[in-house]
Design a protein around this ligand. Structure first.
Ligand SMILES: [Zn+2]
Ligand SMILES: [Zn+2]
Length: 50
């Protein structure tokens, strides 16, 4: 799938574009989204890859 960005703060947000989390009630609100490397649309269950 195309490059995409996810929020790891708990809101499970996904964006096609880099940016910051827009969810006011998320731990990562206004924090940078993380580039996601998944190919299965599951986003590694929104856990950081390392
Ligand atoms: Zn978020
Ligand atoms: Zn993903």
């Amino acid at each position: 799938m195309n490059k995409h960005y996810i929020c790891l703060g708990g809101c499970r947000g996904v964006s096609e574009h880099p940016g910051v989390c827009q969810a006011a009630d998320c731990d990562n609100h206004q924090h940078e989204l993380t580039e996601c490397q998944c190919t299965d649309n599951l986003h590694n269950d929104f856990k950081p890859l390392d």
